[in-house]
Design a protein around this ligand. Structure first.
Ligand SMILES: Cc1cc2nc3c(=O)[nH]c(=O)nc-3n(C[C@H](O)[C@H](O)[C@H](O)COP(=O)(O)OP(=O)(O)OC[C@H]3O[C@@H](n4cnc5c(N)ncnc54)[C@H](O)[C@@H]3O)c2cc1C
Length: 383
């Protein structure tokens, strides 16, 4: 991955934005239980930060995914995985399929305002009955003239209470589970759409996550993205950008865990010397930084492959698995070296320990990533 001056300039812009427009407000947004998505996204839209990889027809910059990845990595300077993930929903989780397969009219109505920051988007796949087994989801749409009537409920929807629309995966026929699904856009202000209470999560408190209910919601069939029955495949493709985003956007946060812990261990004395002089500590920190760099290289390689048009499922699943595990490993190890202070909120590590836990669950669990990797290796037992 060779970064050009354009990549570096984008990274600087996003770093500045993250440090000045997000990081200083995180505490206040945690107290409020959510960040103001419309306000923040409008600021980002004004700086052309929400459509880096999107087509120029909708106001995007039409740059290749290496720029999207640089954007996601530099968001790490916001130092809050809640807001970072919520931004990723807008840029890389709820909108890639719409950009790739949506009709001109659909993009004009929903993608353009997502790129300029007027709309907040959400992706609605998971359900109360299960998130891992996407093929088994139950929300469905039946045809009525030129419309669909949608019934069902979605669970764990990030940006759920603030979203203007949901990019929703649902069943549109009785075909087999991999060919009976479509991706449709469901505006949140339609009759029959209701949003449940914000879920009381362990971490990522700045982002709002909620259940969404659809009761006889009427939408025109042209709110469907692409062909009917292709939704499962489109969502699986859309998951790849999501998984690269999740893997790359935690790297700066992990780097900072290490650098801040090194700083602390230089200052902190025990037995007449700084604790960093203990080999068990400096070796461990060096080992973890090596793991972070290895993850960085893996994600960059996945990104290069994506740009070349290859199937990146194998590499992105590995990156997602590794990043989810590494956030837990790095934050746990670093926290230990802060001693008693590590078990307070008076250090920069505890928040990562708390907020990073969900990265092994959301966007596909570690076990599902392992299943995919095993499938590619030909070692997943046949059903
Ligand atoms: C904070 C948060 C935000 C989220 N945001 C969104 C969002 O915006 N949109 C959205 O659609 N979803 C979202 N999700 C849902 C998330 O993707 C699901 O929680 C996740 O896919 C797991 O589904 P589940 O919770 O139903 O767990 P289950 O599918 O019930 O799994 C439970 C356990 O069983 C394991 N398991 C299941 N199948 C297998 C298997 N075959 N082999 C081995 N182990 C297995 C799982 O790995 C897991 O450990 C979010 C979740 C959280 C917590």
């Amino acid at each position: 991955m060779k970064f050009t001056e354009e990549h570096k300039s984008l990274a600087e812009t996003v770093k500045d934005f993250s440090q000045n427009e997000i990081k200083p407000f995180v505490e206040e947004w945690e107290e409020n239980g959510a960040f103001p998505a419309h306000e923040l996204f409008k600021k980002m839209g004004n700086l052309d930060l929400l459509g880096i990889t999107k087509s120029t027809e909708v106001g995007g910059m039409n740059l290749d995914f290496s720029f999207g990845m640089v954007f996601a990595e530099a968001l790490g300077y916001a130092a809050d995985l809640g807001v970072i993930t919520a931004i990723g929903i807008q840029t890389d989780m709820a909108t890639p399929a719409l950009d790739r397969y949506g009709s001109v009219e659909l993009k004009e109505e929903f993608l353009k305002p997502s790129v300029n920051g007027d709309f907040v988007s959400a992706v609605a796949v998971s359900e109360t009955s299960g998130g891992s087994d996407v093929a088994a989801l139950r929300t469905s749409a039946r045809k009525d003239g030129d419309d669909y009537i949608v019934n069902g409920e979605k669970m764990w929807i990030t940006n759920g209470t603030q979203a203007d629309y949901f990019c929703t995966l649902l069943n549109t026929s009785d075909d087999d589970p991999h060919n009976n699904k479509s991706l449709v856009i469901i505006p949140s202000n339609l009759k029959g759409v209701s949003i449940g209470d914000k879920i009381d999560k362990i971490g990522q408190i700045t982002s709002d996550t909620a259940p969404v209910f659809f009761e006889n919601v009427r939408i025109p069939q042209h709110y469907r993205i692409g062909k009917e029955g292709q939704g499962f495949k489109m969502q699986m493709q859309q998951f790849q950008e999501e998984r690269i985003f999740m893997s790359v956007s935690c790297l700066v946060i992990l780097d900072e865990c290490i650098s801040k812990t090194i700083e602390y261990c230089h200052e902190r004395q025990a037995f007449g010397k700084p604790i960093i002089y203990n080999q068990s500590i400096h070796f461990r920190l060096a080992e973890l930084q090596t793991e972070i760099e290895a993850l960085r290289s893996l994600v960059y390689r996945a990104c290069e492959n994506l740009i070349d048009g290859n199937d990146v499922t194998y590499l992105t699943s590995m990156a997602k698995l590794k990043s989810g595990r590494l956030i837990r490993e790095v934050s746990d190890a670093c926290l230990q070296f802060w001693g008693g202070m590590g078990f307070t909120w008076e250090n920069p590590i505890s928040k990562v320990y708390r907020d990073g836990r969900v990265n092994s669950i959301a966007g596909g669990t570690d076990e599902i990533m392992l299943n995919i990797i095993c499938k590619h290796l030909g070692i997943l037992p046949k059903k």
